[in-house]
Design a protein around this ligand. Structure first.
Ligand code: KIV
Ligand code: ZN
Length: 520
């Protein structure tokens, strides 16, 4: 029997630390629900002390998402741990994840503490967390640049204090696979009591080694792996969940280890995370990139037609990628549409199906052929609707090579219709100026990108924008056959996120760990 490796997903915590990836509460809950369908073992829902928005998201996920363990991050301080517990208390399976740095460089320059003080804080943090909850994870931040003997001491003491999971982060993505394997073996052989807890790893991708390091750790006995969907995260990101899971599934003969992940949900999860965060998946990304299963060379195509396994080590279906085919047209009924949604892996409420169906019929009127990708674009374009303060009602644009581009926009603003017009350098600029007049906001547009979400001349255009407000970045996405309309929807989507974030309070960069010990 292969052994089971637990998958700890930190998309909503470390992944959300990607520049520009801010998610609102509703989006986080939707992603958490999808992670539950993916069947990960642990969802790290956030860092409750970081902002009121993070707190609300962890609380909502703890209350609403069942199945996986729900974890919340906390520095080794009383305020952080109390806040984490407050957010988690209604979870069926709560876990407090507390951490403190153990490398000389972090202790000296960041924490300004002696190793003995750090040890004391780690133990006190685990004891406090344990007074709230049975399941306590302790992370030794920057473990791979820590003195292994000090790491051993800290781990032995936190086990005595009640830690159930010990995590070894390669915080700055510095370790090489052989080095990391040696560290894992050293800890397994030398830390007293390690056999009573779960040994976990958490690898960053600064040198492109996060997945390799995670796999080599599993090979050497790690029982939990921390990762994010699409590998998003701080700087170059975290180990990619889909790559680790599919490596274990495809090379079961080699690793003799498996996860509980429902691999057929991987593609859907990847799309959802990319859509909500606005972080595109590179086309040649392993497993979930657009080209991951595309065979261009004639020699490969020939081989595939003769025998699939000549050039394909896993099937697209194994990650839930259905072969794109034409499905429905404008005469298709709601029932057939709902069935197709189910086949594509969407679990929607009746109201959501009705809204998506309306859009599908509108699209089928404009396009002769509606493909699976079109349907995905429609469904993924619709989210966070109930919390939106602004929505587009009407847009008309005049543009050409001998005219001043002019836009007239009518929005619902808190339920009231408001209309404005503006001129601009181009049709998108004019549209955005008219929207700014309605909202009264002076946001800074820092990024605008457009691509065809589907294929063909009548493809759906997908626009992703990033706006900056008070140092925070917000990403918006819009999809339409009309690229100006898609641009307006994306901009409004980003402004809605910004307004929501203001309501919940700004996300603060976590301040350095408190100088006081836990007792104070
Ligand atoms: O990279 C890191 O060290 C972390 C810890 C908080 C686990 O994210
Ligand atoms: Zn990390």
């Amino acid at each position: 029997m292969p052994r089971i490796v637990q998958v700890f997903d930190t998309t909503l915590r470390d992944g959300e630390q990607s520049p520009g990836a801010s998610l609102n509460v509703k989006e986080k809950v939707e992603i958490a629900r999808q992670l539950a369908r993916l069947n990960v073992d642990v969802i790290e829902a956030g860092f409750p002390i970081a902002s009121p928005g993070d707190f609300e998201a962890v609380k909502a996920i703890a209350e609403e998402v069942t199945g996986p363990t729900i974890a919340a991050l906390a520095r080794a301080t009383k305020t952080d741990i109390d806040r984490a517990w407050e957010a988690l208390r209604h979870a069926r399976r709560p876990r407090i994840h507390t951490f403190i740095a153990t490398s000389d460089i972090h202790m000296k320059y960041k924490l300004r503490k002696e190793p003995a003080q750090v040890l004391e804080m780690a133990v006190a943090a685990v004891k406090l967390a344990k007074s709230y909850v049975e399941d306590v994870e302790f992370s030794a931040e920057d473990a791979t640049r820590s003195n292994p003997e000090f790491l051993k001491t800290v781990f032995e003491e936190v086990i005595k204090a009640g830690a159930t999971v010990l995590n070894v982060p390669d915080t700055v993505g510095y370790a090489t696979p052989q080095e990391f394997a040696r560290l894992i073996c050293y800890l397994k052989e030398n830390v007293k009591g390690i056999d009573k807890v779960i040994l976990s790893v958490h690898c960053h991708n600064d040198l492109g080694l996060a997945v390799a390091n995670s796999l080599v750790a599993i090979e050497n006995g790690a029982q939990q792996v921390e990762c994010t969907v699409n590998g998003i995260g701080e700087r170059a990101g975290n180990a990619a969940l889909e790559e680790i899971v599919m490596a274990l599934a495809t090379r079961r003969d080699y690793y003799d280890a498996v996860t509980r992940v429902v691999t057929e949900q991987i593609y859907r999860t990847s799309r959802m995370v990319s859509t909500f965060t606005g972080i595109a998946v590179q086309v040649n990304k392993a497993i979930v990139g657009d080209n991951a299963f595309a065979h261009e060379a004639g020699i490969h195509q020939d081989g595939i037609l003769k025998e699939r396994t000549t050039y394909e080590i896993m099937t697209p279906e194994s990650i839930g990628l259905t072969r794109s085919r034409l499905v429905l047209g404008k005469h298709s009924g709601r029932h057939a549409f709902a069935e197709r949604l189910k086949e594509l892996g969407y679990v929607l409420t009746n109201e959501e199906i009705n809204r998506a169906y309306e859009e599908f019929i509108a699209l089928a009127d404009k396009k002769k052929e509606v493909s699976d990708r079109d349907i995905e674009a429609i469904v993924e374009g619709r989210h966070a609707v109930s919390q939106d303060r602004l929505s587009l009602d009407y847009l008309t644009v005049v543009s050409g090579n001998k005219t001043v581009p002019t836009a007239t926009v009518r929005l619902y603003r808190d339920g009231q219709l408001v209309e404005e017009a503006a001129c601009g350098d181009g049709p998108v600029d004019a549209t955005y100026k008219a929207i700014d007049r309605i909202t009264g906001e002076r946001t800074q547009l820092v990024d605008y990108s457009i691509r065809a979400a589907t294929s063909g001349k009548d493809a759906l255009g997908e626009v992703v924008v990033k706006i900056r407000d008070n140092g925070n970045l917000f990403t918006g996405r819009g999809v339409s056959t009309d690229i100006i309309e898609a641009s307006a929807i994306a901009y409004i989507n980003a402004i809605n996120k910004m307004l929501l974030n203001r309501e919940y309070g700004q996300k603060a960069e976590p301040a350095p760990a408190e100088p006081a010990s836990l007792g104070q």
